[in-house]
Design a binder for this molecule. Structure first.
Ligand code: G1P
Ligand code: ZN
Length: 552
């Protein structure tokens, strides 16, 4: 049903008694507990700062949607009415407010929007006791740079009032067109454009043949945003039997789960693939659909390896048939892709953690694929990592090579050697303890060079800093690196996305050439480095935890 508002809606200026002092966006926008977001005027303050800072708001088109978590619909209502008050000419939003992060990135680009507001706290739990988040993407479809988020934060600190109009809540239940005063609100199906894009990138016919040829697969949407996308793609278009998509209905609290596709939080799926023989392929995505986990029968694909495999096999997908211009990985991601890039004779970049650092390289055409160890992989098709794209890319490779996931991995390591890799997370550590540990280790770095570590020698130790090859901007303090003389390394970082206390991440990596033992359990292969860093950084002593919360 379409309706167009006739009368000019009433504009209101709402005064804030005191500005909020805690609206500093992190790596992925402003992420806080739902409870914090429910404080009167809290969401409005941050949105006002966005509209005052984002270029082109007056007369511009904006994309708006989220991962369906608790608070999604209320935020859409508030943001629509604030957009109208700020002279936005059109907002494109979606049925049910459901819009995955990569699909939002695509819409911003294809509709030439000034940017988008994505309502998500990614893989953090949702619901009244969970988290909520607001993230702004720019006109290129990617996360906004620090200069923008800093300016938004500065604005919130002194904000005295915000503008909003009074208007009835817009019905999001079906595609339709509406108006709030002069502003057009287009409610579209958030799945359509994304599915079309995937059909341009991959050969669906060959994937359909694979799925029809005794290739049972299980996809876990974790009750989050990818459910409707995955059902359309895998069950409706690619012919997987009904039920192949599990937990496919988005729920406001993700069914009380933690929508993070890793071995801990996607445990049911992991068990299905790693301990049973009913499925040949398994995958899961996170809350907002930008992360992916890939599993084969009795085989877990480490995300760093996944990027390397996609790079080595890229030409099997129509979109990349002509080869790749270059690749990039975040610093803590293993160097598995570096080895492939070297053999292919293409550039390979090492960036700080966070997708925004890939944006300049993608926009400049220097890279085609990029990825992070944190289950994020993507390409130049959008400016976000893209979970379902990665799953389809794997299916494309399997469709062309007609072998198992485990065989792909074995052949890959036989050709390029294996980077044994693991990440140990210590979550919800008291902030003071975590910072104490980090600062102490940072202070020790200069004296570590030349010392023994896990039976090897420390060749170098530093805090990673990055000079952007495109705009020469410098980003410092991106993680402590202990580099050993045989190419192994340990990285220690503090998370920028957690909401409870602090999270310490320890990344461990050790390379074995193709002539070495390629079939070890990574925890065994890395055991000496694990105990060496535990001792050196006094992890147990300072956190009170005798093991990590999550091991990947
Ligand atoms: C985490 C991941 C990082 C990713 C970010 C957003 O950030 O480690 O790779 O870009 O989430 O999905 P962190 O909590 O480590 O700062
Ligand atoms: Zn995410």
């Amino acid at each position: 049903m379409s309706s167009t508002a006739t009368a000019e809606p009433i504009q209101r200026q709402v005064r804030l008694e005191t500005p909020f002092s805690d609206q500093k966006p992190g790596t992925s926008g402003l992420r806080k507990s739902s409870e914090q977001f429910e404080q009167p005027n809290y969401l409005e303050s941050f949105v006002e700062a966005i509209f005052r800072t984002l270029p082109g708001v007056q007369g511009g088109t904006l994309v708006l949607g989220g991962d369906g978590r608790y608070g999604n619909r209320r935020a859409i209502d508030v943001i629509l009415r604030m957009a109208a008050a700020h002279g936005v000419s059109k907002v494109i939003t979606t049925t049910g407010g459901i819009l995955s992060t990569p699909a939002a990135s695509n819409l911003i680009r294809s509709r030439k929007a000034i940017g988008g507001i994505i309502l998500s706290a990614s893989h953090n739990p949702g619901g009244p006791n969970g988290d909520f988040g607001v993230k702004v993407n720019g006109a290129n479809g990617g996360p906004t740079p620090a200069s923008f988020t800093d300016a938004v934060y500065e604005c919130t600190k002194t904000l005295e009032q915000y503008s909003i109009v009074e208007a009835p809540t817009i019905d999001l239940d079906a595609p339709s067109n509406h108006g709030i005063g002069a502003m057009v609100v287009e409610v579209i199906d958030g799945v359509d454009d994304f599915v079309e894009l995937m059909q341009e990138l991959f050969d669906f016919e060959s994937i359909r043949d694979l799925i029809r040829s005794d290739f049972p697969l299980a996809f876990d949407a974790m009750h989050a945003v990818t459910g409707p996308y995955a059902t359309r793609l895998f069950e409706e278009l690619l012919g997987a039997p009904a039920g192949s998509v599990r937990n496919g209905i988005p729920l406001e609290d993700f069914g009380k789960g933690h929508p993070d596709p890793n071995l801990t939080y996607a445990h049911d799926l992991a068990e299905l693939l790693l301990e049973g023989d009913d499925y040949r392929f398994g995958a899961a995505c996170d809350g907002d659909g930008d992360r992916n986990m890939i599993l084969g029968q009795r085989c877990f694909v480490n995300p760093s390896d996944s990027l390397a495999v996609l790079t080595a096999n890229a030409t099997l997908a129509p979109a990349y048939a002509d080869g790749l211009s270059g690749v990039a990985r975040s610093m803590p991601t293993s160097a598995a892709v570096d080895v492939v890039a070297k053999e292919l004779g293409i550039e390979c970049f090492e960036t700080p953690t966070g997708w925004k650092f890939f944006g300049n390289l993608l926009d400049a055409g220097r890279i085609t694929l990029c990825g992070e160890e944190s289950f994020g992989t993507g390409s130049n098709h959008v400016r976000e990592k893209d979970g379902l794209w990665a799953v389809l890319f794997w299916l494309q490779i399997l469709a062309k090579r007609r072998c198992s996931v485990a065989e792909i991995m074995d052949e890959h390591w036989k050709r390029f050697g294996r980077h044994y890799y693991s990440r140990h997370d210590y979550e919800a550590v008291a902030s003071e303890a975590a910072h104490g540990l980090y600062d102490r280790l940072e202070g020790m770095l200069p004296d570590l060079i030349g010392q023994a570590f896990a039976g090897r020698q420390i060749a170098n130790a530093d805090n990673f800093s990055y000079v952007d090859p495109i705009d020469s901007s410098v980003t410092k303090g991106q993680g402590l690196r202990i580099l050993l003389d045989d190419g192994s390394r340990v990285v220690v970082r503090l998370s920028g996305t957690g909401t409870k206390g602090a999270t310490i991440r320890i990344y461990l990596e050790s390379y074995v050439p193709s002539s070495g033992d390629l079939a070890m359990d990574p925890q065994v292969a890395l055991a000496d480095m694990i105990s060496a860093i535990n001792q050196l950084a006094e992890i147990e002593q300072r956190t009170g935890m005798d093991r990590p919360t999550v091991i990947t």
